[in-house]
Design a protein around this ligand. Structure first.
Ligand code: PHB
Length: 247
């Protein structure tokens, strides 16, 4: 594929442009995209124009640019994430109905927990998670489960740090994190009180297919609420999802 004068391939440029969109920045002008992607203004406008033509980006009457539905369609259609999400949804809805708090499904993606789905209710506890958003492995309940059942190299990479503190309760000591991971494997779940934000406790369990752990299922409850109902609902749900993925 043709390279730009800077030696960057079109694919790299495309990724850089798309990565300027985030869960909290979903609308931008072409100039903002260009600046954030480090592209000269004329290049940015031309390139964004091409992406709008193909439907990968969309532009409204106010000349504001969004990720196009065509991109969503292409990315969603054939992904393994879709199969997982479909298998998980009925069980997630049951957890949601029983616990009444946020219920979420995450997978491991480039050393972070990537959230595929989140069910909420209006009066549920505070929750920073977003669909298609990410959280650090060492700090979130889902991330800790994915890490505990992940490859040894992944664990060593994360344990080597930096283990950034999001609150005073986040585990930042490698030895303590190692102990927590062993505990998660022994218990088959995690309780993460206040690791991401002071007011909330994350509970999570591994979701398995025929081969191994493919996802983490979590609920986010108030910091000092009892954990048993959530853990019980999560364990049941993980068994249901496993049998659906296995059939
Ligand atoms: C967690 O997974 O531990 C978690 C996630 C989001 C929050 C709080 C806790 O807002």
């Amino acid at each position: 594929m043709a390279n730009s004068p800077s030696g960057e391939s079109v694919t790299e440029r495309l990724l850089r442009v798309l990565e300027t969109f985030t869960p909290t920045r979903t609308v931008q002008t072409a100039s903002e995209i260009g600046r954030r992607a480090g592209l000269p203004s004329s290049t940015a406008h031309r390139f964004i124009g091409e992406l709008v033509q193909t439907g990968l980006l969309e532009i409204d009457e106010g000349r504001r640019v969004r990720v196009g539905m065509r991109l969503w369609e292409l990315a969603t259609r054939s992904s393994a994430a879709l199969r997982l999400r479909q298998a998980a949804m009925p069980a997630m809805e049951r957890v949601q109905a029983r616990i009444g708090e946020h219920t979420q499904l995450a997978i491991l993606e480039q050393d972070e927990a990537l959230f595929l789905e989140r069910l909420s209710s209006p009066d549920a506890t505070s929750n920073v998670t977003r669909i298609a958003g990410r959280l650090p492995l060492h700090a979130s309940s889902s991330g800790l489960v994915l890490l505990a059942f992940g490859a040894a190299e992944l664990q060593e990479r994360v344990l080597a740090g930096p283990l950034v503190a999001l609150t005073r309760a986040t585990i930042t000591d490698p030895a303590a994190l190692r102990r927590k991971l062993a505990e998660i494997r022994r218990l088959g779940h995690v309780v993460a009180p206040g690791y991401i934000e002071d007011v909330a406790t994350g509970l999570a369990v591994p979701v398995r297919d025929r081969v191994g752990v493919v996802a983490a299922l979590s609920v986010i409850i108030e910091r000092h609420a009892p954990v048993e109902p959530g853990l019980d609902a999560l364990h049941r749900a993980a068994r249901d999802i496993h049998s659906r993925l296995d059939s």
